[in-house]
Design a protein around this ligand. Structure first.
Ligand code: NAP
Length: 289
């Protein structure tokens, strides 16, 4: 049986680790806040480790889903990190959304120990993680991707190998550029409808069946109208992602005017106290003006 370690039982990691256990893998988890590990064990079973290093000691594959570059560096390369105990020829699969640069740095550190590394950020949100319906953007070498495939299949709706390490994160950046623009467009349309005295729901039902439709419109317009912003993908995380996108686009010499201004709009939502609201809260920003 393949032994897995899963590090980071947040909104995404908690259900993802559960899918792995239900798919028949032996799973050991570690989470910084230990209460979440015990809740997870009560719900699914599995083992709890006392540190990332402890979790990795017997694992063939180590999966991570934490927050930012520095968080990932800490759980993988820190004093109690995975690198302290990882077995020869093990594989690390990272599901966090981080920079392509750190993915390459980590791949280098693990390759020096004859271990593999895949960057595998996901899209699909909290609901996608709970339903096991995530899109996974994979970067790495072909052998490592082949080894990861049956594990990722436990919660993937779609997965693709996009190139060497870092290309998973670059593709996820494309996703975030597209999502940010769609949400702002939806928020502007809805605010226009409100102020023009239209029945917003009626209009959105119609727009949703035509060329103006989108996943965001179909899944979010009702909750946006209800001022309900607890869908899991936090504004703080979107700000992180768009900062990463803009740093990468600067390296490419590419100007992204819409993405730049939407990043500033999300900064305003943070100032409104909405750091943990979900990303559809751009409507609330317009309503506050
Ligand atoms: P979350 O609910 O905030 O959970 C973050 C997880 O990372 C928690 O388990 C947290 O531990 C752990 N963590 C953070 N910093 C750490 C550190 N320095 N050391 C150890 N553990 C640390 O976040 P999430 O929504 O699951 O997102 C996780 C990653 O997936 C992020 O990179 C995010 O951008 C990406 N993502 C999220 C979504 C979404 O819809 N939520 C969708 C796609 C991608 P504690 O429990 O102790 O805080």
């Amino acid at each position: 049986m393949t032994n897995l370690a899963f590090i980071g039982l947040g909104t995404m990691g908690y259900p993802m680790a559960g899918h792995l256990l239900r798919a028949g893998f032996a799973v050991t988890v570690w989470n910084r806040t230990s209460l979440k590990s015990s809740q997870w064990q009560q719900e699914y079973g599995g083992e709890i480790a006392s540190s990332p290093a402890n979790a990795a000691a017997n694992a063939d594959i180590i999966l991570t889903c934490v927050g930012r570059d520095e968080d990932l560096r800490e759980v993988l390369l820190g004093d109690h990190g995975v690198i302290q105990s990882i077995k020869n020829k093990s594989l690390v699969i990272d599901h966090s959304t981080v920079s392509a640069n750190i993915s390459r740095e980590l791949a280098g550190a693990f390759s020096a120990l004859d271990c593999g590394f895949i960057d595998a950020p996901v899209s699909g949100g909290q609901q996608g993680a709970i339903n096991g319906q995530l899109s996974i953007f994979c970067g790495g070498n072909a052998d490592d991707i082949a080894k990861a495939q049956p594990v990722l299949a436990s919660y993937a709706k779609a997965q693709a190998h996009l190139g060497p390490v870092g290309h998973g994160q670059l593709a996820k950046m494309v996703n975030q550029i597209c999502v940010a623009g769609v949400i702002q467009g939806l928020a502007e349309g809805m605010r226009f409808a409100e102020l023009a005295g239209l029945d917003v729901d009626q209009v959105m039902q119609l727009v949703g069946q035509g060329a103006g439709s989108s996943w965001q419109l179909l899944n979010r317009h009702k909750t946006m109208q209800q001022d309900h912003y607890e869908h899991g993908f936090a504004v703080d995380w979107m700000r992180k992602d768009l900062d990463i996108v803009l740093a990468e686009s600067a390296q490419l010499g590419l100007n992204l005017p819409i993405t730049t201004v939407i990043n500033d709009f999300y900064r305003e939502v943070q100032v409104m106290g909405g750091g943990r609201w979900d990303t559809s809260s751009l409507l609330k920003r317009l309503q506050n003006q």
